[in-house]
Write a new protein. Structure first.
Length: 296
């Protein structure tokens, strides 16, 4: 069997050092930035060691600048030579999504950045959704990478989050009608059991457009991040039915990426906790789909 890995990772406020547009990190400097680059690179070394190979496709969230991606893919990095797809969003926190493609496994056909404004209210700014047409294992996929508006400030942006998902659902349904294979990866800021997530998996006739293999993980209390002490599974990868293969979802919650305090060892070792610098990887675990295809 051929195996491919599709992975998504919210890398927590990943800005270059001394970025004047960085509104969230306290005392961020060259040392902390270089350590963060090494930490995220190390996370991908752990992934390769544990899963046996690097991902074909990597979706990233909370990228503050192109420089971050260039440093992650520089010489001697495990992601060396990965192709970068990125565009800075009009986001109040200065954050965007990105896509990294393994050139040994993927062929990029096209890409675009989608915007779904709700109205002219500046409170409703949002990150772009990245769409790319990618060939993987001789199969074409329409890949979407998203980071939907958060639940901060008593979930003031819930209407915008729902608006974006409904617009995306229309796109997914049309692609499904054309026989296109779809992968949707990102931080949805909603758990898999929420109706708005379930709705994007079906068309108006209740036919399956995409499946959400992360729903069963959530049912078994497996989480990708924590809000306070409460586990959530906002990071998910949805995928069309694969006719000649199988897929398995996983949370890469390796002990190597976890808090070293025994009392809090189930939590990811994050970079910051509020304004307190911790020096870890991210406040999210990577999530992945493992795809297996018959030998051709």
């Amino acid at each position: 069997m051929n195996k491919e890995i599709f992975l998504f990772y919210n890398v927590e406020n990943f800005f270059p050092p001394n970025d004047s547009q960085n509104p969230v990190l306290y005392n961020w400097d060259d040392y902390k930035y270089e350590l963060k680059v090494r930490k995220i690179s190390q996370a991908f070394r752990f992934i390769k060691d544990d899963l046996g190979q690097l991902p074909a496709i990597i979706g990233l969230a909370e990228i503050g600048d192109l420089r971050v991606l260039e440093d992650l893919t520089k010489e001697h990095s495990p992601l060396q030579s990965y192709e970068i797809i990125y565009q800075k969003s009009d986001d109040s926190r200065g954050l965007s999504v990105a896509l990294l493609l393994n050139p040994d496994k993927c062929i990029l056909r096209s890409f675009s950045f989608l915007k779904f404004p709700l109205d002219d209210n500046p409170e409703f700014d949002s990150r772009d959704v990245l769409q790319a047409e990618v060939m993987v294992s001789n199969e074409k996929f329409q890949v979407f990478v998203l980071h939907l508006p958060s639940k901060r400030n008593l979930d003031i942006k819930k209407n915008l989050r729902n608006h974006i998902l409904k617009k995306l659902r229309s796109i997914f349904v049309e692609l499904h009608k054309k026989g296109e294979k779809i992968i949707i990866m990102g931080d949805f800021n909603e758990n898999p059991d929420q109706n708005i997530i379930k709705e994007i998996c079906k068309d108006d006739e209740n036919n399956t457009v995409v499946k959400n293999p992360f729903e069963i993980l959530f049912d078994h209390n497996v989480f990708s991040t924590f809000h306070g002490k409460k586990g959530v599974l906002f990071d998910q990868i949805l995928i069309s039915e694969i006719e000649k293969g199988s897929h398995k979802a996983l949370i890469f919650n390796s002990a190597k990426l976890c808090n070293k305090d025994r009392k809090n060892s189930q939590f990811p070792l994050r970079t910051y906790s509020g304004s307190r610098y911790i020096g870890g990887y991210s406040d999210h675990f990577p999530v992945a789909l493992l795809l297996e295809y018959p030998q051709q």
